[in-house]
Write a protein that binds this ligand. Structure first.
Ligand code: NAD
Ligand code: ZN
Ligand code: ZN
Length: 359
């Protein structure tokens, strides 16, 4: 079958191959024919070494498709079901799951990551974060697919698999943005635009988009941003929008040390800084002893939107159906597998919100 392959670390392109094979679904597993997959910045970060990943691997973790086979012992999902792939699936039994933080479950996630389900000749090929949606067919634990209504378009469903759940969830679940508050979002890719939409859903009064690419600031207004500023103008944004105090919430959706700091600095005393961007292990945010206590800011990491995928994907679909979440509008381009390197390049230029690959 066809798929995209990242052979060695440190690259920003993939090789498109047509001789991948995938395991048969075993006990408790499902086989999924991927129909649509998003290009998330985390795919590139896994390819270039920013975040940890075993090589060689099939990138892609944002995706939706149809269940084509189920292994023994699978219940709750059947052949023919339309599903969204969940890259951190909840096991339902561990301490994290039982205390109501299923996005922090690592039992299945770590096992998926360490198992090569793809092969090419004699070589084992891993999948990104244990998934690998840039391939025609994949095999996953049944918990890693969430069945959805069959009328939801695959491209809309794919986006929910990562960027939308991550960004909307950062605002709605992690920060619990309060009605009438002021919000800054740094980085207006798929994750940042989703955070803007999440802040809008929460009833934020001011939503300030920040991006280096001027066109992104216009894009952001379509999704609920009330203001747009270049990163160099953040002090001006703080002055104009908050009277110099800083924002109630600042969301970092880029993943670099300077922008972690910029988000912290843009947060008012007593406000909340949310780090959504996935940075390198050596991207260090320094906070001094005085500012930590004197500012009384809350610094929150946000992982997969602090969401329970089993319910969140359905909630997001309902918000999309009722017109309160614009998902089609986030799709800047539709590509096929052969164009994926063009898509990765466009993302690095900051030229796109989300690109969906038809698989
Ligand atoms: N926390 C999680 O669970 C989770 C999940 C998915 C993605 N992520 C991470 O979220 C981040 C965003 O992902 P994405 O797919 O939206 O990326 P993206 O590349 O599509 O968007 C990033 C945006 O940031 C802008 N940007 C770059 N440098 C900037 C700067 N210095 N100041 C302001 N804007 C700047 C770019 O122009 C672009 O619009 C990535 O780090 C990704 O790995 C985290
Ligand atoms: Zn668990
Ligand atoms: Zn992602």
């Amino acid at each position: 079958m066809r798929g995209a392959l990242a052979a060695t670390s440190g690259n920003d392109t993939v090789e498109i191959v047509d001789d991948l094979t995938v395991d048969e679904p075993g006990e408790g597993e499902v086989q999924v024919g991927i129909r649509a997959a998003g290009i998330c910045h985390s795919d590139l970060s896994a390819m270039n070494g920013t975040i940890l990943q075993r090589f060689p691997f099939v990138p892609g973790h944002e995706g939706a498709g149809e269940v084509t086979a189920v292994g023994p012992g699978v219940s709750g999902v059947a052949e023919g079901d339309h599903v969204i792939v969940a890259w951190t699936p909840p096991c339902g039994r561990c301490k994290a799951c039982l205390r109501g933080q299923p996005n922090l479950c690592i039992d299945i996630f770590f096992a998926m990551q360490g198992t090569a389900r793809f092969h090419r000749g004699e070589s084992d090929i891993f999948g990104f974060a244990g998934t690998g949606t840039w391939a025609e067919t994949m095999v996953l634990p049944a918990q890693a697919v969430v069945p959805i209504p069959a009328d939801v378009p695959y491209d809309v469903a794919a986006l929910i698999g990562c960027g939308v759940t991550t960004g909307v969830g950062a605002a709605v679940n992690t920060a619990k943005v309060a009605v009438g508050s002021s919000v800054m979002v740094l980085g207006c890719g798929g994750v940042g635009i989703s955070a803007i939409q999440g802040a809008r859903l929460c009833g934020a009064a001011e939503i300030v988009a920040v991006d280096t690419v001027p066109g992104k600031l216009d894009d952001a207004r379509r999704f609920g941003a009330t203001h747009g500023f270049h990163p160099d103008e953040v002090p001006q944004a703080i002055a104009e929008v908050t009277g110099g105090e800083g924002f109630d919430y600042a969301f970092e959706c880029i993943g670099t040390a300077p922008t972690f700091r910029a988000a912290w600095d843009a947060t008012r005393r007593g406000g909340t800084t949310v780090i959504v961007g996935a940075g390198r292990g050596d991207a260090v945010l320094s906070l001094n002893g005085f500012e930590l206590f004197f500012s009384e800011k809350a610094l929150l990491g946000s992982y997969y939107g602090s969401a329970d995928v089993r319910t969140e994907f359905h909630r997001l679909i309902r918000l999309w159906r009722s017109g309160r979440l614009d998902l089609e509008g986030m799709v800047t381009a539709r590509l096929d597998l052969d164009q994926i390197n063009d898509g990765l390049a466009a993302m690095q230029r900051g030229a796109v919100i989300r690109q969906v690959v038809t698989i």
